[in-house]
Design a protein around this ligand. Structure first.
Ligand SMILES: [Zn+2]
Length: 148
């Protein structure tokens, strides 16, 4: 079944140069990016969204992009790739162009600017990407709901 969604490219300041997470989501890329960070204790900093494209059939788009990125894949079981950002964007755009049958879908990329929120319960400073503010947040220290 065709399902509208996004192809995204995520970067992380703690990864080595030229390593990107490239995948799909049927929700907002901001939600996906935040979830990947929050659900993994192995990721020290939130992801930056460096590219996102709306696509008519995101499942097929992901299958195609992963096929085209095969030689750049770091680990067969994880969606991380090592290549230049210019090349990664070009490949994503080619797939999106193909799937959307030349229709242009344009999406503004969320701001990766960071903001500091002080937890009202434990007073700890939480440094978060601006895009995460629209989501339901927990304090990195006491795990209680952060009130923005
Ligand atoms: Zn707290």
């Amino acid at each position: 079944m065709k399902k509208k969604g996004f192809l995204y490219i995520l970067a992380n300041s703690t990864f080595s140069e030229g390593v990107y997470k490239i995948g799909k989501t049927t929700r907002r890329p901001e939600i996906r990016a935040w979830e990947l960070y929050e659900k993994s204790s192995g990721i020290p900093e939130p992801f930056d969204i460096v590219h996102q494209r709306l696509v008519k059939d995101c499942h097929e788009a992901e299958r195609l992009i992963h096929e085209r990125l095969k030689e750049y894949r770091i680990n067969e079981y994880r969606e991380f790739f090592k290549l230049s950002l210019v090349e990664a964007k070009a490949k994503v755009n080619q797939v999106v162009y193909f799937i959307n049958e030349n229709l242009e879908y344009n999406e503004k990329i969320a701001s990766n600017e960071k903001v500091t929120i002080i937890c009202r319960q434990c007073r700890k400073k939480n440094k978060l990407p601006k895009y995460a503010l629209q989501l339901s947040l927990k304090c990195g220290n006491c795990k209680r709901k952060l009130v923005v």
